[in-house]
Design a protein around this ligand. Structure first.
Ligand code: FMN
Length: 400
């Protein structure tokens, strides 16, 4: 299940007899490539030992909110930010009532309020408890607030009753969690993304380049595919694997990237320029390796084509998104680039910070458009990419 590869799933377990089925769910999620962290309510620990979930998830199990040691390390806000999705399975009637009230008096409740990630719950309870008006009203309220309700199934129950309220089987929950990442916001659209650095050859063994790892562009490619787009990723040299369902075109130089991008523009709806394209290239490339027989060596550099400028100039119908990697006056340069290059959106990050940006797993960006901006707080590049894909989809749809 490719959608779950490298996803960070926070699994909440509450006090239901179905807690034993969550053991299988943890195993299935890990088999799909997800990293799983478990949060248990006090009642849940009466049903299955935390040690079981620790062994299955290969991560410590989180149980208490008011815990000094935990708050010094992976505290409740960090856990909430860490999650790509929060899934409560099983979700007891009581935990559903607390969620509906927006309570934060236990770790799971606090995490659900503090997370920007989608929250899904798989109810599990006796059929009379499920059908009770209180539960039904709580569920309707949570649904209205955008929580995803998975199930429940109908059938034989642990108490001997038959009816609705059984927790869905773990493999079905896994499929529905995978579905959380498929938003469909970019369905039917073609998105062309550039990523990585370019290599500008000096001679057969040397080149000019930069520190770009390509991670942000690759994460965006994954995110737009999850959002339903067809994605063409025009990539400079990186060590990253081709993301699922992405069509990758490999290039080395800025000129090759320019040609490859222009070839795709007539069938492109959205162009995202995430590559760190070299502004200059050596005026000449030596066909022989340059020997070190001179004390000084002068390289003459010439300007490379400006890919983004050429896209907006020749294809104004394409929704063009740029990146501004700046080391100072970020807002000034980003907004200047937005209007000069006639972009619809520009995503700015401060590369003078060592904890984000180039070659780092995390990023923190400010998104600018004509008349507005939004800050996306520090998060992993895949998390930032999913938020960007959603914002780009919203702005694209508004522009049509
Ligand atoms: C043996 C047993 C099984 C239970 N099974 C369920 C259940 O499947 N669903 C449910 O909503 N509550 C069930 N309960 C009641 C909950 O455990 C109880 O409401 C508890 O307060 C839930 O706590 P929590 O939501 O903090 O995990 C069960 C209680 C017992 C004693």
């Amino acid at each position: 299940m490719k959608q779950l590869a490298n996803k960070q799933i926070l699994l909440g377990i509450t006090g239901s007899i179905a807690a034993y089925k969550a053991c299988e769910l943890v195993r299935l999620l890990r088999d799909s490539g997800s990293d799983v962290r478990v949060v248990m309510t006090q009642a849940a620990t009466e049903f299955v030992s935390p040690l079981t979930f620790q062994a299955l998830s290969q991560n410590p199990v989180h149980r208490t909110l008011l815990d000094e040691t935990a708050e010094a390390a992976m505290g409740h806000i960090e856990l909430a930010r860490w999650a790509d999705a929060v899934v409560i399975a099983p979700a007891s009637a009581d935990s559903i009532a607390r969620l509906a009230q927006g309570r934060a008096d236990d770790l799971l409740g606090a995490v659900c309020l503090a997370t920007p990630a989608p929250v899904a719950i798989a109810p599990a309870m006796n059929q009379q408890m499920w059908l009770d008006t209180a539960t039904q009203e709580n569920i309707a309220l949570l649904q209205k607030r955008g929580l995803h309700i998975l199930g429940p199934a109908t059938g034989d129950q642990a108490c001997g009753d038959v009816g609705p309220g059984r927790m869905l089987e773990p493999q079905i929950i896994r499929e529905q969690i995978a579905g959380l990442f498929e938003t469909g916001a970019l369905a039917g659209l073609t998105v062309v993304i550039t990523a990585g650095p370019t290599h500008e050859p000096i001679d057969p063994v040397r080149f000019i380049s930069n520190y770009s790892s390509g991670r942000m562009g690759y994460a965006l490619a994954e995110a737009v595919v999850e959002a339903g787009a067809r994605c063409i990723l025009i990539s400079g040299p990186t060590h990253l694997p081709i993301p699922y369902k992405v069509q990758r075109v490999d290039v080395q130089t800025a000129q090759q990237m320019h040609t490859a991008v222009m070839e795709e523009m007539s069938n492109c709806n959205i162009f995202i320029a995430a590559a760190a394209v070299a502004d200059y290239r050596p005026a000449e490339t030596s066909t022989q390796k340059i020997k070190k027989d001179q004390q000084q060596l002068r390289l003459e550099l010439v300007r490379n084509p400006d890919i983004l400028q050429d896209v907006t100039g020749s294809h104004p119908e394409v929704f063009a998104v740029g990146f501004a990697a700046e080391s100072g006056s970020v807002e000034h340069y980003a907004t200047q680039k937005l209007s000069q290059k006639k972009l619809r959106i520009i995503i700015a990050n401060d590369i003078s910070r060592t904890d984000i940006g180039f070659d780092s797993p995390d990023n923190e960006v400010v998104v600018y458009w004509q008349g507005g901006s939004k800050q996306l707080p520090k998060a992993s590049k895949p998390q930032i990419a999913r938020q960007l894909a959603a914002m780009i989809a919203d702005h694209y749809n508004e522009s049509q």
